[in-house]
Design a protein around this ligand. Structure first.
Ligand SMILES: [Zn+2]
Length: 56
């Protein structure tokens, strides 16, 4: 199970990230939270993409 967090960067953008290695940059607080929830709720899809990327 993924555990996401968000962090405000020096430039004011918000990064959503997860201990599994997933991250999205350039959000604001609201969209970062949405992206983080979407990641947790779409774990199977994200993992499939990660394995595909790792295999290339
Ligand atoms: Zn994750």
């Amino acid at each position: 199970m993924c555990d996401t967090e968000i962090e405000t960067e020096i430039d004011g953008t918000v990064t959503a990230f997860c201990y599994c290695g997933w991250a999205e940059y350039g959000h604001n607080t609201e969209t970062a939270n949405a992206a983080a929830h979407a990641h947790e709720n779409a774990l199977d899809v994200i993992d499939a993409d990660a394995f595909t990327a790792a295999a290339v």
